[in-house]
Ligand binder design. Structure first.
Ligand code: S3P
Length: 174
């Protein structure tokens, strides 16, 4: 059974946090971020986890976090960009609610993510390598129930499009 959560997935810089927070406000729902859950339980930032414990440890923490999402219902949940990109993960997310992929032009996503900073997965990677990472992740994201193309539009418009699509899918009340 779908637990009525709305789960945002997508590459770094897609606007999952900003748009997720706005969407939650519009729907009168709680907003949670898997990265924040990890930071809270670990007591250190994402870059610190990558630096001190490595990417593999971070992925393990993501696996534990996805299990604790099973307790949630009715929330808007923003996931980290790599969280859905392991076999079986999208299936779990799809069981938890309606999954929305915020997609966009990879160069635009990259520029936005770079501007905000704190993205260990971008450190030391060339644009070509980032594009390759994005391409390798697309098949996972593409399993979402709903896809929103964010190319060239602002957060308010993204939220408006999400609301329309969620209503059409009967995932939220009209
Ligand atoms: C990651 C994305 C980040 C964060 C971590 C790893 C990734 O979240 O989970 O730095 O592998 O794409 P955002 O998508 O919010 O940047």
């Amino acid at each position: 059974m779908r637990r009525q959560n709305v789960i945002l997935v997508g590459f770094m810089g897609a606007g999952k946090s900003v748009c997720g927070r706005l969407l939650a406000r519009r729907l009168g729902r709680c907003f949670v971020e898997t990265d924040d859950m990890i930071v809270a339980t670990e007591g250190r930032s994402i870059p610190e986890i990558f630096r001190e414990a490595g990417e593999a440890r971070f992925r393990q923490l993501e696996a534990e976090t996805i299990e604790s999402l099973r307790l949630k219902s009715g929330d808007v949940i923003a996931t980290g960009g790599g969280m859905p990109c392991r076999d079986g993960r999208m299936e779990v997310l799809r069981e938890l609610g309606t999954v929305v992929w915020l997609d966009g032009d990879v160069r635009e996503l990259y520029e936005r993510a770079r501007r905000i900073g704190n993205r260990p997965m971008l450190d030391g990677r060339s644009m070509a390598e980032v594009e390759e990472l994005y391409r390798s992740r697309r098949p996972y994201y593409a399993r979402a129930h709903i896809t929103i193309d964010t190319t060239g539009i602002g957060a308010d418009q993204v939220v408006a499009r999400m609301l329309t699509a969620l209503r059409e899918a009967d995932a939220v009340r009209a």
